[in-house]
Design a protein around this ligand. Sequence first.
Ligand code: DX5
Ligand code: ZN
Length: 221
Amino acid sequence: MIKIAPSLLAADFGKMSEEVGRAEAAGVDMLHIDVMDGHFVPNITFGPDMVRAIRKTTKLFLDVHLMISDPLKYAPVFAQAGSDLITFHIEAEKDPEKTIKNIRSLGVKCGVSINPPTSFDKIENIIDKVDLVLFMSVNPGFGGQKFITSVLDKVKAAKKIKDKNNLETELEIDGGITLETATSAVKAGINIVVAGTSIFGTPDIVSTVRQFRAALQKYET
Ligand code: DX5
Ligand code: ZN
């Protein structure tokens, strides 16, 4: 099943609980929470207290994307705050297998993310060790950027490995997602689409999510 994960980065921060409710009412599959530290990326967003506050308002699966320099140091507080899945960046860790083990030992699922300029071989051997691979289709830091199409080559390569080895690893894409780019991504093998601007930026999320589902469901495998 194709899953839709709106990114709260594009929500109205002054009305966070209402925005979470708006997404929930639209029937989204999970919430994507972008954590930025002003160091790994040139922007600062939320800390664990925001995750805790969101956890109190919803039962939705919380997909926490850590765009931070020292993910292992902070993963415990994000797990304790109520994350269901924690994704770290391959560019931020020297020993990804140790990071995966440590994050899993916190009782949460573990994802690994790869930036557009980073080559596929950095994650090739750990696809079978994580619950999810998050392909960045913009350089992380800000919402509303343009989708980088060449990233789909990495998605296709990962999908091949996934199919060949019968893996359940989820393949997620994040950045510049519209109905059109989501369709190309799903065709390449993606099963979770993260969308910020194109969901929270529309007045009627219910109909936007419906449109995404209608466009994507025909490519479900
Ligand atoms: C980018 C973040 C994304 C961002 C996507 O650094 O990781 O999750 O919110 O926003 P849009 O969908 O507006 O490109
Ligand atoms: Zn993200």
